[in-house]
Design a protein around this ligand. Structure first.
Ligand SMILES: *[C@@H]1O[C@H](CO)[C@@H](O)[C@H](O)[C@H]1NC(C)=O
Ligand SMILES: *[C@@H]1O[C@H](CO)[C@@H](O)[C@H](O)[C@H]1NC(C)=O
Ligand SMILES: *[C@@H]1O[C@H](CO)[C@@H](O)[C@H](O)[C@H]1NC(C)=O
Ligand SMILES: *[C@@H]1O[C@H](CO)[C@@H](O)[C@H](O)[C@H]1NC(C)=O
Ligand SMILES: *[C@@H]1O[C@H](CO)[C@@H](O)[C@H](O)[C@H]1NC(C)=O
Length: 295
C-alpha cells in the first residue's frame, strides 16, 4: 500500500475534468459560453454602413437606408442595430475549441449611463456543428450571413478588413495543433490517474518511476496546449482589435479559458512534483534500511 499515491490520483482526476471542460466548453448552446477562446463583438458593424450611407441615396448601400424606420433615422446607434439585423449579422461570434456560437447581447449591445457593462449578457441563439480540428473563420461566417440576407451587400460594402482573416489564418496551425494536444493530454492525464490508482496498491520504485514518466509527458502536452491556445487568444485578439477598429469590430479575449487551462496544467505539475518527492523519499528509505524493499 502507498496511501500517499491517493494525492496524485485525486489531482489527476481533477486535472482530467478541467482538461475535458477546456475541450468541451461551448460545444453546445449555453454550455460554458463564457469560457470562449475569442469573442468577436460585431454589434457595431452596421455603424460603418450607416456612416457610409449618410448622404448617398443612389447606391446599393443607399437603399439599405430605406430599411431603417423613419423614427430612428436620427439615432445612428439604433439605426446601426437595425441594419446589422437586416444583414443577418449577429451581435457576437464566439470561438471555442470545437465550434463557434453566436447570438445577441441582452438587454442592449453597449453599456450606457443606466446600464453597466456587467449587466450585459450574451443570449446565445445557436452554435455551429462540432468539428474536430475546428477553425474560426469570421470572414466566411459574415460572408455567409450576407449571402443569406438576400440583400445585395458584400464584405467590401461593409469595409470588412481582410487583414483580420489574414491575421487569424496565420494562427490556424497553432490552433489545430492545440486541439490535437488537448486530445493527447486527456489521454495522458487519464493514464496518470490510472497509474496513481495502481500505485496506491502496488508500491515500489517501478510504479513511481512509470508514473513520473507519464506525468512528465502529460505535463508537457497540457503545458504546450495551454501555451499555444494562450498565443491564439493574445495574438488573435490583438489582430482583431487592431484591424477591426475602423469598422467597430472588437475582440474579447478568453480570460476564463486561460484560467481553466492553466489550472489544469498546474494540477498536472503538482502531480509531477509529488512523484519526484516519492522517488526521492523511496530512495532515502531504501538507503536507510540497507536497500530493503519498502511498501
Ligand atoms: C460613425 O460616425 C460617428 C460620428 O461621425 C463616429 O463617432 C463613429 O465612430 C463612426 N462609426 C464607425 C464604425 O465608423
Ligand atoms: C461591443 O463593441 C462596441 C464597440 O464596437 C462597444 O461599444 C460595446 O460596449 C461592446 N459590447 C459588449 C457587450 O462588449
Ligand atoms: C440604457 O439602455 C437601456 C437598454 O437599452 C435603456 O432602456 C435605457 O433607457 C438606456 N439609458 C440611457 C440613459 O440611455
Ligand atoms: C434570447 O433570445 C431569444 C430569441 O432568440 C428570446 O426569445 C429570449 O427572450 C432572449 N432572452 C433574453 C434573456 O433576452
Ligand atoms: C449540421 O449537422 C446537421 C445534421 O447533423 C446537418 O443537417 C447540417 O447541415 C449541418 N450544418 C452545417 C452548417 O454543416
Amino acid at each position: 500500500m502507498r496511501p500517499t499515491a491517493l494525492i496524485p490520483a485525486l489531482l489527476s482526476a481533477a486535472a482530467l475534468v478541467l482538461a475535458f471542460l477546456c475541450l468541451f466548453a461551448g460545444h453546445k448552446k449555453d454550455f460554458m459560453e463564457d469560457y470562449h477562446i475569442l469573442t468577436l463583438n460585431t454589434s457595431r458593424l452596421g455603424e460603418g454602413v450607416i456612416n457610409g450611407t449618410l448622404g448617398q441615396s443612389d447606391s446599393t448601400l443607399g437603399s439599405l437606408w430605406n430599411l431603417v424606420p423613419d423614427s430612428i433615422q436620427n439615432d445612428v446607434s439604433e439605426a446601426a442595430g437595425v441594419v446589422t439585423e437586416k444583414l443577418g449579422i449577429e451581435d457576437f461570434y464566439s470561438a471555442h475549441l470545437l465550434d463557434y456560437c453566436y447570438g445577441q447581447y441582452t438587454p442592449a449591445e453597449s453599456p450606457n449611463a443606466t446600464l453597466p457593462a456587467s449587466a450585459i449578457h450574451k443570449n446565445v441563439s445557436a452554435c455551429s456543428n462540432q468539428t474536430a480540428m475546428f477553425y474560426f473563420n469570421p470572414t466566411q461566417i459574415i460572408e455567409d450571413a450576407l449571402a443569406k440576407s438576400g440583400l445585395d451587400i458584400t464584405l467590401d460594402d461593409l469595409e470588412w478588413p481582410s487583414d483580420i482573416q489574414r491575421g487569424l489564418d496565420a494562427l490556424r496551425i497553432v490552433s489545430v495543433t492545440a486541439f490535437v494536444l488537448y486530445c493527447i493530454s486527456i489521454g495522458l492525464i487519464f493514464l496518470s490517474f490510472v497509474g496513481a490508482v495502481v500505485a496506491v496498491f502496488a508500491a515500489g520504485r517501478l510504479s513511481a518511476c512509470v508514473n513520473l514518466l507519464v506525468g512528465i509527458l502529460a505535463f508537457v502536452a497540457i503545458g504546450l496546449a495551454s501555451a499555444l491556445v494562450t498565443a491564439v487568444i493574445e495574438k488573435g485578439g490583438d489582430v482583431i482589435n487592431e484591424k477591426g477598429a475602423d469598422v467597430g469590430v472588437v475582440a474579447g479575449k478568453g480570460r476564463r479559458f486561460m484560467a481553466l487551462t492553466w489550472a489544469a496544467t498546474g494540477l498536472v505539475g503538482v502531480v509531477l512534483v509529488v512523484w519526484v518527492v516519492e522517488m526521492c523519499a523511496g530512495r532515502r528509505r531504501r538507503g536507510a534500511y540497507g536497500g530493503a524493499k519498502h511498501g
